[in-house]
Design a protein around this ligand. Structure first.
Ligand code: GLN
Length: 484
């Protein structure tokens, strides 16, 4: 049962092959059996899951169900869930139970999805390996000595191992696409503003975007259909109709113009991984696509620009965790200053502290113009590179990551090497564009992700392009033997 797609489960549920309660029990059982090896969940909300499954069965019986009704799902532990702990992977929020649901959680719940629990992640979504969590590192189901990527590594590992049909993630600089790539699943970062950020704990507000992670592009499309849409509670939410993401999946790819940026195929890219990407590009040629070499000249500026913008915004967003309103509070504070200092010193881990310090420095009087303002100017140059490219091509393709998964602990003492895991994904966030990662041929048994970057609000085309590839390949259906 754990191999099936959303549509297959939806059919089986309607035909009465099994109920949502039975399906949910089987996934809860798999989590019990396998998650000790992966650590992909922080919280399993068994009771709530079974109650939603029961309600889903009633909706199915009444003929009032959507494709998502009764489907076992998992939310990244950054989305607030009413009554179930939302930790954001941090000791700071170890005791935090939100009094409301995030918009994404509500929308999926309205569609009838069953939330199995909350997935593990890098603390406050800062990381590329899911090793900075207060709840311990997540492991990659394809090789449990390796990382699943991050920060949505728990969601990626859970889906790849068949512990949930699909999951939510967030992507500030690559956190949906990079773990999707390293775990061999599909993931979409929507256009900035397409999915509401309300109730999604903020890291860097001008970059953060929630999105779906699943095995196939079709499942991602079905999920995005439910997640996307205007929300007056998020001031950056786009006031724009939601496209139909599902019907155009079948459209022909004949005449599709694919841009390959020369900067994405340069030094630093693993040779075998590059070969796998080129093999996927050849598949697209057979489907009728035309290849155009393009240039995104400011690519090299993306990582340094991001590491000014993201820490600056995080230092401001994380100021709310002061030990007073909610979250961790130190024991017996001597005075107010001691309360602030010790609560934050105890509540945050090293990477979060590093970012807060960099951000505070970059925003301080006298440095703002030199760092934050300059970084915002470079963001324009980066967006402009993409704008010019989309005058020539329909989609931009390249690798999602420079290497396949790496060993646990291998990069934890070298933050800059860790930051470079996102060289190909970060520019997309700075520009606010939509992008996907889909699995292509693995290298030495380790998954490889192909990145597809689309034009603003063109998720429908992006999903169609991904689906076309998945109609003629089966990388997205492969499962790691150990969890099969
Ligand atoms: N790896 C990047 C970082 O550490 C991106 C994280 C993300 O997208 N949430 O900031």
């Amino acid at each position: 049962m754990h191999h099936k797609s959303i549509r297959q489960h939806a059919d089986s549920l309607r035909q009465g092959e099994y109920s949502s309660v039975e399906l949910t029990r089987s996934f809860l059982q798999r989590i019990k059996q396998y998650d000790g090896q992966l650590n992909s969940f922080i919280t399993v909300s068994e009771e709530q899951a079974l109650a939603s499954a029961k309600a889903a069965d009633e909706r199915l019986a009444a003929g009032d169900a959507s494709l998502l009704t009764g489907i076992p799902f998992a939310h990244k532990d950054i989305f607030c869930t009413d009554g179930v702990r939302t930790s954001c992977g941090s000791r700071m929020l170890d005791n935090f139970i939100a009094p409301y649901n995030a918009a994404v959680v509500d929308r999926l719940a309205e569609a009838g999805i069953v939330n199995l629990g909350k997935t593990n992640m890098d603390e406050f979504a800062m990381g590329s390996s899911s090793e900075t969590s207060f709840y311990g590192a997540v492991r990659n189901p394809w090789n449990t000595d390796c990382v699943p990527g991050g920060s949505s590594g728990g969601s990626a590992a859970a889906v790849a191992a068949g512990l949930a049909v699909a999951a939510s993630g967030t992507d500030t600089g690559g956190s949906i696409r990079q773990p999707a790539a390293l775990c061999g699943i599909s993931g979409l970062k929507p256009t900035y503003g397409r999915v509401s950020r309300w109730g999604m704990i903020a890291f860097a507000s001008s970059l953060d975007q929630g999105g779906p992670m699943a095995r196939s592009a079709e499942d991602v499309a079905i999920l995005l259909q439910a997640m996307a849409g205007f929300d007056a509670r998020d001031s950056t939410s786009a006031q724009r109709d939601v496209d139909d993401y599902v019907s155009p999946l079948q459209d022909s790819l004949q005449g599709l113009k694919i841009g390959l940026p020369k900067e994405y195929f340069s030094a630093g890219l693993d040779a075998q991984l590059q070969a796998s990407i080129m093999q996927a590009i050849d598949e697209y040629k057979r489907l009728g696509a035309e290849i155009v070499e393009i240039s995104l000249p400011n690519t090299a500026l993306a990582v340094p620009t991001y590491y000014v913008v993201a820490p600056a915004e995080c230092s401001s967003n994380l100021a709310r965790f002061d030990g007073v309103r909610y979250g961790h509070r130190c024991e017996d504070p001597a005075d107010l200053e001691d309360l602030y200092k010790r609560s934050r010193a105890e509540g945050f881990g090293d990477e979060v502290k590093r970012r807060i310090m960099i951000g505070t420095y970059a925003l301080s009087a006298g440095y703002y113009d030199a760092y934050y303002l300059k970084a915002q100017q470079i963001r324009h140059l980066i967006s402009d590179d993409f704008r010019k490219a989309f005058e020539q091509v329909d989609v931009i393709m390249g690798p999602t990551t420079p290497t396949t998964t790496f060993g646990l602990g291998e990069k934890t003492n070298d933050p800059v090497t860790m930051y470079l895991s996102d060289v190909y994904t970060i520019a997309v966030n700075l520009a606010g564009l939509p992008a996907m990662s889909i699995p292509v041929a693995p290298v030495d048994g380790k998954p490889v992700g192909l990145q597809l970057i689309g034009n603003y609000f063109n998720e429908a085309r992006l999903l169609n392009i991904a689906h076309g590839f998945q109609q003629v390949t089966d990388w997205h259906q492969q499962m790691p033997a150990q969890f099969n």
